[in-house]
Ligand binder design. Structure first.
Ligand SMILES: C[S@@+](CC[C@H](N)C(=O)[O-])C[C@H]1O[C@@H](n2cnc3c(N)ncnc32)[C@H](O)[C@@H]1O
Length: 271
């Protein structure tokens, strides 16, 4: 094997799409603190102990939840064994023996009935955007509602803004790689959008490492649907901005949004 071939092989072996994804778009240690904080605010100091992570992929949030408190239990659901096995190998394996007893990653479609019960159910990184039809999203929300304990909270994230209707590629440089969020298309008739994630790593651009064929739901549609399936009320948490006008990852409850190029928010359904 030539030196070049050897180098290419080494680079390929080192490319870990889940590790780069996690560095680029996840902060599960902060996320779990946010879920607990808003639950306590809404439930007047009551503490949540059981969290379910729908569309969990590697289960990073489920892992952080069991680390947060020794009474905490979590369960992650996903259709696909590949990311779950990655999570078992790279995240769950690093937990203590006691933490491992309090977490389960289960292969399950969130559209099937009898989802595991929880105080908090989360659906993040916009995964429910896979559901393009209202009746399908409604079926998922009904499942979540039924599965939540009394006093339960459903938390999901959502993004939008005028930039989401443009075909643009957004690039973020990280220490050892570049992350690309590529909006390939948007159809204003259906609000369907197609996105891809690419990574440049060790001089090689890996195209279409993850792809998302989504419907862009609006906050108002989500709130109406949550209330339609029985949630008593909903709350919206809007991201603040830093001094350069970029998102600062700090979310506060709001009654009114702000028209901007690109925004991220959480919607909480209160049972
Ligand atoms: C965007 S990824 C994972 C997002 C992850 N929650 C995060 O925070 O980064 C979406 C995941 O949803 C899973 N998924 C898609 N449809 C599903 C369904 N109906 N039930 C359960 N998991 C599903 C996919 O297998 C994939 O792992």
């Amino acid at each position: 094997m030539t030196a070049t071939k050897k180098a290419v092989k080494k680079n390929k072996a080192a490319f870990d799409k889940y590790a780069l994804y996690s560095q680029a778009v996840q902060s599960p240690d902060e996320d779990v603190k946010f879920y607990r904080k808003i639950y306590k605010q809404i439930r007047k100091g009551k503490t949540p102990y059981v969290l379910r992570e729908d569309f969990c992929a590697g289960g990073a949030i489920s892992c952080e939840w069991v680390k947060l408190d020794k009474k905490n239990k979590s369960c992650g659901l996903d259709l696909d064994s590949e990311p779950m096995n990655y999570g078992r190998e790279h995240y769950v394996s690093k937990l203590s023996a006691d933490q491992k007893k309090r977490i389960a990653l289960i292969k399950k479609d969130v559209l099937t009935k009898n989802l595991p019960s929880a105080d908090i159910a989360v659906a993040v990184n916009f995964s429910y955007f896979f559901f393009k039809k209202r009746e399908i999203l409604k079926r998922y929300f009904e499942n979540v509602y039924k599965s939540l304990n009394s006093n339960g909270l459903f938390v999901l994230d959502i993004f939008g803004g005028t930039q989401c209707t443009d075909a643009i590629e957004d690039r973020t440089k990280h220490k050892n790689f570049t992350y690309y969020w590529d909006q390939k298309s948007f159809d204003p008739l259906t609000n369907e959008a197609y996105f891809e994630i690419h990574f440049r790593y060790k001089g090689v651009k890996h195209e279409g490492v993850f792809s998302y064929d989504w419907r862009m739901w609006s906050i108002q549609e989500i709130r109406e649907l949550m209330e339609e399936v029985g949630f008593q009320s909903t709350k919206v948490y809007w991201e603040g901005t830093d001094k350069n006008g970029n998102g600062n990852a700090k979310f506060t409850a709001v009654e009114k949004g702000e028209a901007c190029l690109s925004w991220i928010a959480y919607v909480a359904g209160i049972k």
